[in-house]
Design a protein around this ligand. Structure first.
Ligand code: AHR
Length: 501
């Protein structure tokens, strides 16, 4: 048995948790929109063509914010093509993913759908083929009440009240050679600055995110963040991070240290943003938006990224998630919570079919992938402030990590109800872990809920015929007395304990 000790005290906190860290992402690609959230003619489709089975699973998943409409798709998208009478909308080729875009789903359909899901939108403006002019028109279309060309156009499309969309991303992955109209850091920093300036004049109540690096191993990483922020620091609130995790070596120990790598990535980007602030002697703190993250490596490469012949809604990036992927997703969620002082938005990419926690069959059923479960539990249960943990645990060697902690954990307290939630990932492969959590000054009564996500087979998956193969069960081995939670965590398991005041 491994031993681990976690101590928290009511008076010591990291930060309030911004619930926007439980975001996801809907891009016009593959079967995310068409065949995912929107499928007229599906047996569960409503009068808008929205699949009710997917909508119900989305509500259960519990995203708090959803990024739209891309992704690489964004950098070639004309938003005007997706509004107005459907029969007049142009059919176009999307060069980013080699697909045909019918434009039957656009801004107003997304806003109708997201209202039904009861989720905040995170919009993005095209800074690839387009620029500040189209971006300011979109803001006017979406957020201005009436009496101008673009706001009255929205009203003529049947949307009387403005949407008042707050969160806007300035382009997507503009450092990537795969991006339509990639820019240098200087070019992008200038474009982000001028677009942000214009958008703020169009609507003075926006939150704006500049693009950081597409991933931590980009050759321009670090310099990109500094140079971009050196241009647009005064006008933006966020710098984005994107990161997809891979298990190419089929090495679970190394795969699980993706969690530590993400922690370093977050700390590095925060330090770079603060260096830009320091140069200006500025107290302003740029926040971090991890607005694309997930496990993604199996449905990658030849045949998975694009299909020949400009198909509509091709089956691309349809990653099938297994149990070990769910452990990594669960661990990443813990790391995001522990970085609540800096990461105030994050989007699991994407929502459905395309590297999604929800999978569908066109014309058929929808089901929960393995990674659905840690996300749904964290989003439902993590409310309040993150307590500052002191952790004693053994370590393990993997990849370039000499001593990665076996225990990955966080403790969240809801100041309103007094409820405390402990999330704990045991990364030991050989033995269970005996975990003691000392909960000082928290006046807790009993364990109200306890969940365990574990499977004997790391490669176990959920599919249409066996949708619940990997799912949380009630955690049986725990005890709470006198400010102390004791629990036995199975090797390679992700666990949650909810304690009531
Ligand atoms: O989420 C899939 C793709 O990954 C997005 O379109 C892009 O931004 C990233 O490279």
């Amino acid at each position: 048995m491994h031993d681990a000790r976690l101590v928290v005290n009511r008076n010591f906190t990291i930060a309030p948790l911004n619930r926007r860290i439980f975001g996801t992402f809907v891009e016009h690609m593959g079967r995310c929109v068409y065949g995912g959230i929107y499928e007229p003619g599906h047996p569960t489709a409503d009068e808008n063509g929205f699949r009710q089975d997917v909508l119900e699973l989305t509500k259960e998943l519990g995203p708090t914010i959803i990024r739209y409409p891309g992704g690489n798709f964004l950098s070639g998208y004309n938003w005007e093509d997706g509004v107005g009478p459907k029969e007049e909308r142009p059919v176009k080729r999307d060069l980013a993913w080699g697909q045909t875009e019918t434009n039957q789903f656009g801004t107003n359909e997304f806003m109708t759908w997201i209202a039904k899901a009861d989720v905040e939108p995170m919009f993005a403006v095209n800074l690839g083929t387009r620029g500040p002019d189209e971006a300011r028109n979109l803001i006017e279309y979406c957020n201005h009440p009436s009496g101008t060309y673009w706001s009255d156009l929205r009203r003529s499309h049947g949307v009387e009240e403005p949407y008042d969309i707050k969160f806007w991303c300035l382009g997507n992955e503009m450092d990537g050679p795969w991006q339509i109209c990639k820019k240098t850091a200087y070019e992008y920093g200038r474009a982000a600055l001028e677009t942000a300036k214009v958008l703020r004049w169009a609507d003075d109540d926006l939150e704006l995110a500049a693009c950081g690096s597409s991933f931590r191993d980009m050759p321009t990483y670090g310099a990109w963040e500094y140079d971009v922020l050196d241009q647009c620091f005064e006008e933006v609130d966020y710098i984005s991070l994107h990161q997809y995790f891979r298990n190419d070596d089929n090495d679970i120990a190394k795969f699980l240290t993706s969690i530590d790598d993400l922690d370093s990535f977050i700390n590095e980007v925060a330090a770079i943003a603060d260096a830009v602030a320091a140069k200006r002697r500025s107290k302003k703190r740029i926040m971090l938006s991890l607005d694309e993250w997930n496990v993604w490596y199996k449905a990658h490469g030849e045949g998975h990224l694009r299909k020949p012949g400009w198909p509509e809604a091709p089956k691309i990036l349809e990653e099938v998630y297994n149990f070990e992927d769910a452990l990594v997703v669960g661990g990443v969620l813990i790391t995001l919570m522990n970085n609540a002082d800096r990461v105030t938005a994050a989007c699991l990419a994407q929502l459905v079919n395309v590297i999604g926690p929800i999978m569908t069959e066109t014309g058929g059923p929808a089901w929960r992938q393995t990674i659905f479960h840690p996300f749904a539990l964290a989003s439902r249960l993590a409310h309040g402030e993150v307590l500052r943990p002191v952790v004693e645990t053994g370590g393990f060697k993997a990849g370039d990590h000499d001593n990665a902690p076996l225990l990955v954990s966080t403790v969240i307290r809801d100041p309103e109800s007094g409820r405390v939630v402990v999330f704990a990932l045991n990364r030991a492969q050989d033995k269970p872990m005996h975990l003691k959590v000392e909960l000082e000054g928290l006046s807790l009564g009993k364990v109200k809920e306890a969940h365990e996500l574990h499977h004997a087979d790391l490669k176990a998956i959920n599919d249409k015929n066996n949708p619940d193969e990997v799912a949380p069960v009630s955690h049986g081995e725990h005890d709470f007395t006198d400010e102390m939670l004791s629990a036995t965590l199975k090797p390679l398991s992700w666990n949650v304990f909810v304690l009531e005041a």
